[in-house]
Design a binder for this molecule. Structure first.
Ligand SMILES: Nc1ncnc2c1ncn2[C@@H]1O[C@H](COP(=O)(O)OP(=O)(O)OP(=O)(O)O)[C@@H](O)[C@H]1O
Ligand SMILES: [Mg+2]
Length: 1082
């Protein structure tokens, strides 16, 4: 495929669709759910893997984006022939600050006249390596795609930036350069190249740009810059070609315009020392070359700051102090030259009015002032072998001065470009590819158009021709290649105009040159006449003379009009001859050669004038340089940026429709669109088309096994394409209308979502399954581990248990042996368990003798100690709880016990019956008795039954114990008093009766004999008695009968027996018979 053809194909080639990605498995690399979103990463990955060919661009991005603001790509504009629709789209986007729009791969940029936040690092990153149509149109997209295409296809490219003055060409080229500076890989060494490339801009702008009526920073030269890349894509060098600097500006500026920036920067910003050295004053108004436009100060320009930038830039591009000194010496010398004025002498010849300015020129250029003066006021005429000096008129002198100023400045500019080239040069001979940036003046139409406009517009004709050739031919070749009948495209072939201007011997330039070189009085008007002569019939050439009546009114006599492809331009011939000649008198050149300034020396080489041939005229030089440029460009692949000016007032947000329409016309954008569409809005290789849309037809989905073309045929039939809507080529389908494609794309969008949902669902299912399986495996693993842990624990526990049991058994067996290691634990256990059991089973009362647990053998001794301790503790507790009264009672009981325990049957039941202080209170004792015995203090009284000693008659009596005696009282009568001394003792039976016999000493005549008493409180009464009378040892328990004395020397007996019923009666034997009740336990 030819280079040119590739240009067109690029727009319709393969780009990965979502389905491509899905099918190739790349979609997995995205997040689930991102489904069909083609991320930048994926595209980059594909690129790295070589799956997507770089630079092969498509329309799908634009298709998808068409619903945003306007249409991003004019190729998809249905009304592609309508200029109004075209402008509407531009305007709609411009109003949303969307200044970029594509026509295929051509980028239209509308100057917003305001800073937009779309040129930052983030944006650069966004566009880096991303396919052309994936993101909204941007200058970065174009730059990036040119770069990547260059890298993958290893060929050369150029980006042609055109548009009228102030449309934003220079800004665009700077943006591209900045993009490469940031996006290309770099090293420290390459950083220098990169910086130099970036810094060449402010220098060239300072020397080559100026404020014009249209643009405060208008480039007054054409610039073509090659950026050289090595095979890795590193920017390794550069080269700049400059075209046709507008030198006339050095000596003349229209009202409202300025000279080149550098003059103002030097004067305004130059350091004191430097200015002194250059003989300059800090006042631009003092220099006639700077005051003609009457606007040396412009609000948008800060000359002081720019001066610093330029100085810094010069140092970056390798200018040393000497270089800068000489360079600014020249700039200053031009300013001084402008201040050289002439007066006429009497003969009208020019004489210097003051030589102050000239002195500085001479100093700065290192030329003798005298020589210089002569050169400016005399012309040297070589007549045969001698030279004759002919004086100049004032006009001539001024002309010579200005010519010198222009020549010095122009040549210095060329020198500067060369010098920058040296600093950018890459001396390495390895293979490099280049991207050329062409920032060239756009078509210009002024009120008065001169030689410069003629050259500029000619240049644009050439570039338009180049573009048409490149695009149209490629388009045609594709049609041929595809076997589709060429559908003629309505476009204006401007070859005819190019020929009109440049044709050898016949073209305007030839005529102009001829007129310039012709001996005799050639003038601008004679040149016009010649033109009329030669071009008389040309359909694109009109002059006042040639025009019809109507047209003539619009033309001056000195004008000629060319019907350019972009529109009519009327040129005024005045100045054509001079400007084309650009004459510098030979003696001035010779003087310059003597200069001590090394830059001037280089600019005016010694061998320049040697050749006898006349130097080429400006137009021819320009024509040739354009020819060379065309050759350079033809060998490269083109990318276009067309800049449009939104309005003439540099006003942000204003879209001047008339102005833009005009530019659209003369930039040939409609032409371009027509050619790009060339009858068909869209074309696509069968495989690719099928791959993208096969999901829309059951016959082709999911796979088409046959020939792709047949598949596509089936597909489009299924979609209902009408025969006039498409054509089938050899390898591609051509779709005529964008709307057909939109409908297909819409259907695909819907289908894609369905598919995506299905794929997503499947994928989610797959993921979920995988996740579930993983979780299950993990759970099993955890379970296994856990069980293992548990089992090991259980095993250890059992082992431990076995050990413990074994030890227990062993301990049990040896429990009676002395403490050994074998039984110590067992014994401890036994001890502990016994003590624990004991703790819970302690006897609650002292009387409880049965509860105490039988101790194991090892604890016998301990148990006994404990038991005693416990008993003692209970006793102690009990004792502590006793009242004094109770204590006394118990002490009495103790006495009772000592006397009767185990001796008398009725004793045990009596134990629990508590003793009282007395059984008869004092109130119940007769007063008289009381009075009698009170002094003896009554200790105890109890009612008793007294049996007579003789008849055993029973009588109720009160028995009273005092401190000294026992009283037997009947009512108020004391029946008997027995002194304790007389009381020999007391006898009771061992049975359960209540009889007591008080033995009284019979030797006392006052005494009556022993007392036989029956007392219900026998033990109580006897205890009290024993204690009061201290008779414990005299109270006897007797078995069988008890004798008693009736009186001295006479005795009887009381017989005791047991029986059913207790009874007391007189026995037949004369004894007192006492039957005691039977008491069960003794
Ligand atoms: N993309 C942009 N964003 C913001 N402002 C811009 C942009 N492009 C251009 N401009 C504005 O427009 C002015 C003119 O732009 P520029 O100098 O690039 O025009 P040009 O086409 O090179 O003109 P000339 O042919 O006179 O050199 C700039 O100084 C700037 O103020
Ligand atoms: Mg410019």
């Amino acid at each position: 495929m030819g280079v040119k053809q590739a240009v067109l194909c690029r727009a319709v080639e393969f780009r990965p669709s979502a389905l491509d990605l899905l099918e190739s498995g790349y979609i997995h690399r995205g997040e689930p759910g991102q489904g069909l979103k083609i991320t930048r990463e994926i595209v980059l990955q594909l690129r790295q893997k070589g799956k997507v060919k770089l630079g092969q661009l498509d329309l799908e991005g634009a298709l998808i984006a068409r619903d945003r603001v306007g249409i991003q790509d004019f190729v998809l504009l249905d009304a592609h022939n309508s200029e109004t629709a075209f402008l509407d789209n531009l305007k709609k986007r411009f109003s949303e600050d969307l200044i970029y729009t594509y026509i295929g791969t051509l980028l239209i940029s509308v100057n917003p006249y305001k800073e937009l936040d779309i040129y930052n690092k983030k944006q650069m990153d966004l566009y880096m390596g991303v396919n052309f149509f994936e993101l909204p149109p941007h200058i970065y997209a174009l730059a990036d795609n040119a770069y990547h295409t260059m890298l993958t296809e290893a060929n050369n490219h150029f980006i042609l930036i055109s548009g009228e003055s102030g449309a934003g060409k220079t800004e665009a080229s700077k943006k591209i350069l900045q993009y490469y500076a940031v996006s290309c890989p770099s090293t420290a060494l390459l950083d220098t190249v990169r910086d130099r490339m970036l810094m060449s801009n402010p220098v060239l702008e300072a020397f080559g740009n100026a404020k014009t009526m249209k643009n405060d920073n208008s480039s007054r030269f054409g610039k073509y810059m090659d950026i050289q890349f090595d095979s890795q894509g590193d920017a390794v060098g550069g080269h700049i070609l400059s075209y046709l600097l507008e030198k006339s500006r050095v000596v003349h500026q229209n009202h409202g315009e300025r000279n080149f920036h550098i003059f103002y920067q030097l004067v305004e910003g130059g350091e004191e020392d430097l200015l002194r050295h250059l003989g300059l004053e800090k006042d631009t108004k003092r220099y006639s070359y700077l005051v003609q436009g009457q606007c040396s100060n412009v609000s948008s320009i800060n000359d002081k700051n720019d001066w610093k930038t330029v100085k810094n830039a010069l140092s970056v591009i390798d200018f040393d102090a000497n270089d800068t000194e000489h360079l600014f010496g020249i700039i200053a010398s031009v300013l001084h030259l402008g201040n050289v004025h002439f007066d006429g002498d009497t003969k009208g010849y020019a004489v210097l009015n003051s030589n102050a300015g000239l002195r500085w020129v001479s100093k700065l250029l290192g030329v003798h002032v005298q020589v210089l003066q002569e050169a400016l006021t005399y012309r040297k005429i070589e007549a045969k072998s001698e030279e004759v000096l002919s004086p100049f008129t004032v006009d001539h002198a001024v002309y010579a001065r200005d010519a010198l100023a222009k020549a010095i400045y122009g040549r210095t500019f060329t020198w500067l470009v060369n010098r920058i080239n040296e600093s950018l040069e890459n001396k390495d001979s390895s293979r490099k590819t280049v991207i050329g940036l062409l920032d060239i003046y756009g078509f210009e139409v002024f009120f008065v158009n001169s030689f410069e406009q003629f050259c500029i517009n000619y240049c644009n004709e050439k570039l338009q021709q180049l573009f048409i050739e490149l695009t149209l031919k490629a388009e045609q070749e594709e049609y041929e290649g595809e076997g589709i009948g060429w559908e003629p495209v309505q476009f204006f072939n401007n070859k005819i105009i190019c020929d009109l201007v440049e044709e050898k011997h016949r073209g305007i330039i030839s005529v102009l040159d001829e007129e310039c070189l012709r001996p005799g009085d050639a003038s601008d008007l004679t040149f016009l006449e010649k033109l009329e002569e030669k071009m008389g019939n040309h359909p694109h050439f009109v002059t006042h003379k040639l025009a019809d009546k109507k047209t003539r009114k619009t033309l001056e006599r000195g004008d000629f009009r060319l019907l350019h492809y972009a529109g009519e331009v009327t040129y005024c011939v005045v100045g054509f001859i001079d400007k084309n000649n650009d004459l510098l008198y030979k003696n001035i050149k010779d003087v310059m050669r003597l200069s001590k300034n090394p830059i001037i020396q280089e600019c005016f080489p010694a061998n320049e004038g040697d050749s006898k041939r006349r130097p080429e005229t400006v137009a021819t030089q320009f024509k040739n340089s354009l020819l060379r440029l065309t050759e350079i460009l033809m060998a490269k692949e083109p990318w276009y940026v067309r800049c449009l000016k939104s309005n003439d007032n540099k006003q942000p947000g204003k879209f001047d429709e008339v102005l833009v329409r005009h530019q659209v016309k003369y930039l040939g954008l409609m032409e371009h669109l027509r050619v790009r569409r060339a009858g068909f809005a869209y074309r696509r290789r069968y495989e690719v088309f099928l791959k993208r849309y096969k999901a829309l037809c059951p016959a082709t989905w999911p796979h088409w096994r046959g020939v792709p073309a047949d598949g596509v045929e089936k597909l489009v039939k299924h979609l209902g394409y009408q025969p006039d809507e498409y054509k089938m080529g050899r390898t591609k389908i051509f779709i005529r209308y964008a709307r057909t494609l939109f409908a297909t794309e819409d259907a695909f969008e819907i289908c894609k979502h369905e598919l995506a949902t299905r794929i997503q669902a499947k994928y989610k299912g797959y993921r979920a399954k995988g996740e579930f399986r993983k979780q299950k495996e993990a759970a099993t693993k955890i379970e296994t581990c856990w069980r293992g842990v548990q089992a090991r624990k259980e095993r250890d526990r059992r082992a431990w248990a076995v050990k413990v049991i074994k030890k227990f058994i062993k301990g049990y067996i040896t429990r009676r042996e002395a403490k050994t290691t074998d039984n110590s634990e067992y014994l401890a256990f036994v001890r502990q368990s016994y003590l624990n059991r004991l703790k819970n089973n302690l006897p609650k009362t002292v009387l409880d003798k049965t509860t105490w647990l039988t101790p194991p053998p090892v604890m016998t001794e301990t148990s006994e100690i404990l038991r005693q301790l416990h008993t003692r503790m209970m006793v102690r507790k009990y004792v502590r709880g006793l009242t004094a009264q109770r204590k006394a009672q118990l002490q009495q009981k103790v006495v009772t016990s000592a006397m009767f325990k185990g001796k008398k049957d009725s004793y045990p039941p009596s134990i629990s019956v508590p003793f009282v202080d007395t059984r008869i209170s004092e109130q119940d004792i007769n007063m008289r008795v009381l009075q009698t015995i009170r002094q003896e203090r009554i200790k105890y009284s109890v009612p008793v039954v007294k049996y007579d000693r003789n008849g055993f008659k029973s009588r109720q009596r009160q028995l009273i114990f005092t401190q000294a005696a026992v009283y037997m009282v009947e009512e108020a009568k004391i029946k008997q008093r027995v002194d304790y001394v007389s009381l020999k003792g007391v006898s009771v039976s061992n049975l359960g009766d209540s009889i007591m016999i008080l033995h009284v000493a019979c030797d006392d005549p006052k005494q009556k004999g022993d007392l036989i008493l029956e007392c219900d409180h026998l033990f109580e009464a006897l205890t009290k008695l024993a204690m009061v009378a201290k008779k414990q040892n005299n109270i006897k328990v007797v078995q069988g009968s008890i004798k008693f004395e009736i009186h001295a020397g006479k005795e009887n007996c009381v017989d005791f027996s047991t029986g059913q019923e207790p009874m007391v009666y007189k026995g037949k034997n004369g004894h007192l018979m006492v039957v005691a009740p039977r008491i069960k336990s003794r």
